[in-house]
Design a protein around this ligand. Structure first.
Ligand code: ZN
Length: 176
């Protein structure tokens, strides 16, 4: 079974989420993983939902040789695809969480930086590491916050692929 198709109702891109144990294929519109409804999938942040799409329409694969009940214009499709790929703005809450995590990392790195053992990390290196940790953390948190965003999901998948088998499970820090 192909994993992507065109919706026989609204003509938007759909993909096969999974097949249930009873053999029913579950189709979702491409942009929002949890949305089966055609109207919901037409959402754009600037213009909202396309009200010309009936509310009871659900994602349904197009059979070969048939045409969808409704075909969005090329412009509408391009705009909706752009919406899918748009990176959501970094909200204040996520930015604050990233800052706090980066501070915790920085404090733990202090073991390598200060103290009476010879400094491994110089002030200059620490100054470079701090924003790197902050920004990477903010990006990861944003990706967790927007699981249906394709670009963020790809970025997170890529990180997951890079984690080596020999990395230990994280533990809590000593100085709680
Ligand atoms: Zn549809």
């Amino acid at each position: 079974m192909p994993t992507t198709n065109t919706c026989a109702n609204c003509g938007q891109d759909i993909y096969n989420l999974r097949t249930t144990d009873s053999g029913t294929a579950l189709w979702r519109h491409r942009d929002v993983r949890s949305r089966a409804g055609c109207r919901g999938a037409s959402y754009r942040s600037d213009t909202g939902w396309d009200d010309s799409i009936p509310r009871d329409w659900k994602a349904r694969p197009l059979q070969p040789g048939k045409v969808p009940k409704m075909t969005p214009s090329a412009e509408q499709m391009a705009e909706r695809r752009a919406e899918v790929d748009a990176i959501p703005p970094l909200d204040d809450r996520t930015a604050k969480m990233a800052t706090l995590i980066a501070m915790a990392v920085r404090n733990e790195l202090e073991e390598l930086h200060g103290g009476d053992v010879p400094n491994i990390l110089t002030d200059e290196q620490m100054a470079k590491i701090n924003p790197i940790v902050r920004n990477a953390t903010a990006t990861a948190l944003l990706a967790f916050r927007h699981p249906s965003n394709q670009r963020l999901a790809r970025w997170l998948d890529f990180q997951a692929m890079l984690v080596p088998d020999y990395w230990e499970r994280p533990e809590l820090v000593d100085d709680l």
